[in-house]
Design a protein around this ligand. Structure first.
Ligand SMILES: Cc1cc2nc3c(=O)[nH]c(=O)nc-3n(C[C@H](O)[C@H](O)[C@H](O)COP(=O)(O)OP(=O)(O)OC[C@H]3O[C@@H](n4cnc5c(N)ncnc54)[C@H](O)[C@@H]3O)c2cc1C
Length: 376
């Protein structure tokens, strides 16, 4: 085992860091840039550098590069605060799902736009009564009486980026009589289709990145079904592995930590201990992510990786708050300097880390039951 990255990867990381720092200047805040940093122009810049679809096979328009190269690039970009959100969801999970479960025709239709950074995707999984319990999805797709496709009716919620997305990768109920987790299918829905209403939700930081999405008899062509009819549950669980085990779950507020650290009172032994614990946690988290990246983690272990990494991100937010002191409790741009505003925003945002992509409680259940084999 050699934990040192080869020189060419170090260089690639340094290049991505520079690109990321420059792009971060265009964003409102550098934190959480993979989810709130929507910048379509930057998505195209990433494409021009060959940093989208990096690991996908060349015959499908990808870069054919190694998983480690992609890891290095996105660790550097997201740590720097680069606004990658417009490209991130598709690059992280829809593309891989399409490669694994889609048809050649679907890959030819959708992957080039993702690799070019010109098509933006959102994930339509959660519903008002179906968050942790995906099997509770009620948005239904029924055969279109006037054609060979589907008609979709229902509501999604917390759909990140839906207000700017071109496509929604949606989990829909296609068999109303089957047991709950056996009647679901993955459909790609054109967000410009008639019958779709998107209503942004203002989060506690004032941001409007996630949305309610209402579908009213929305037409969806038959060939927009990805993978197996009524086979979504297995496919989505696979997709969640991509969503949970990546570097984005570790470095969302790394830039904030780097900017706050010089202000910490390192003469105080308790502060020093805290920094040592955070730095150790960061290195452990990075190794866990690297194991996922290389496909060497036990099955479903991304649940543990995400839990560990996102709880660390929350500790980083707490630490930054303590360093800044009372100023960090006021999210009022008029009275705060930029760093205090960012810290205060991140304290408000941090609870989301252990909710989105599966809550920590659910992930601990998965870990206990499926990885450790504990009784239910
Ligand atoms: C910032 C952000 C972005 C998001 N983006 C998206 C997106 O793009 N697309 C999308 O589809 N969804 C998205 N979500 C939704 C997210 O996936 C859900 O919020 C999450 O899965 C939890 O579902 P819920 O909110 O319905 O909570 P619930 O499932 O109602 O859970 C409420 C509480 O009960 C606990 N709980 C529930 N069941 C159990 C159990 N069996 N055992 C122990 N505890 C349990 C949970 O841990 C939680 O603490 C996003 C959420 C956030 C915060």
């Amino acid at each position: 085992m050699d934990f040192v990255l080869p020189g060419d990867l170090e260089e690639l990381g340094a290049e991505a860091r520079e690109v990321g720092l420059a792009a971060a200047k265009r964003a409102d805040v550098p934190e959480d840039s993979w989810i709130v940093g929507h910048d379509r122009q930057f998505a195209q810049e990433l494409a021009q550098r060959g940093w989208l679809g990096m690991t996908w096979p060349v015959e499908h328009g990808g870069g054919g590069r190694s998983a480690l190269e992609r890891f290095v690039v996105f660790e550097a970009l997201i740590s720097a605060g680069a606004p990658v959100a417009a490209a991130w969801f598709a690059d992280r999970q829809m593309g891989p799902s399409m490669l694994q479960f889609g048809t050649d025709e679907q890959r030819a239709r959708w992957l080039p736009g993702i690799v070019a950074g010109t098509s933006m995707w959102c994930i339509g999984m959660s519903e008002p009564d179906a968050g942790s319990n995906v099997a509770g999805v009620r948005t239904r797709a029924v055969p279109d009486p006037g054609g060979d496709g589907w008609r979709v009716t229902g509501q999604k919620i917390w759909t990140s980026g839906a207000n700017d997305a071109d496509w929604c990768y949606a989990v829909c109920r296609t068999d109303l009589d089957a047991p709950p987790h056996q009647g679901l299918s993955d459909l790609v829905i054109d967000m410009s289709a008639p019958g779709i209403t998107v209503q942004p939700i203002v989060d506690v930081t004032g941001n409007r990145h996630f949305c309610e999405v209402f579908f009213e008899d929305v037409p969806v062509p038959a060939d927009h079904l990805v993978g197996e009819l009524n086979g979504s549950f297995r496919q989505i669980m696979r997709q969640m592995e991509h969503e949970r085990g990546g570097i984005d779950r570790l470095v969302s507020n790394r830039r904030l930590y780097e900017d706050v650290l010089p202000l910490a009172d390192t003469g105080d032994p308790l502060v020093r201990q805290e920094i040592a614990a955070l730095e150790t946690g960061y290195r452990i988290g990075r190794l866990l992510v690297l194991r996922e990246t290389l496909g060497q983690g036990p099955k479903q272990f991304s649940a543990a990786t995400k839990t560990f990494c996102t709880e660390l991100e929350q500790r980083v937010a707490d630490f930054c708050g303590r360093v800044l002191g009372p100023a960090a409790t006021l999210n009022d741009p008029s009275v705060l300097d930029d760093l205090a505003r960012r810290v205060s925003r991140n304290i408000c945002y941090a609870p989301a880390y252990t909710i989105m992509g599966g809550t920590t409680q659910i992930l601990r259940n998965i870990l206990g039951e499926r990885t450790l084999g504990l009784p239910r």
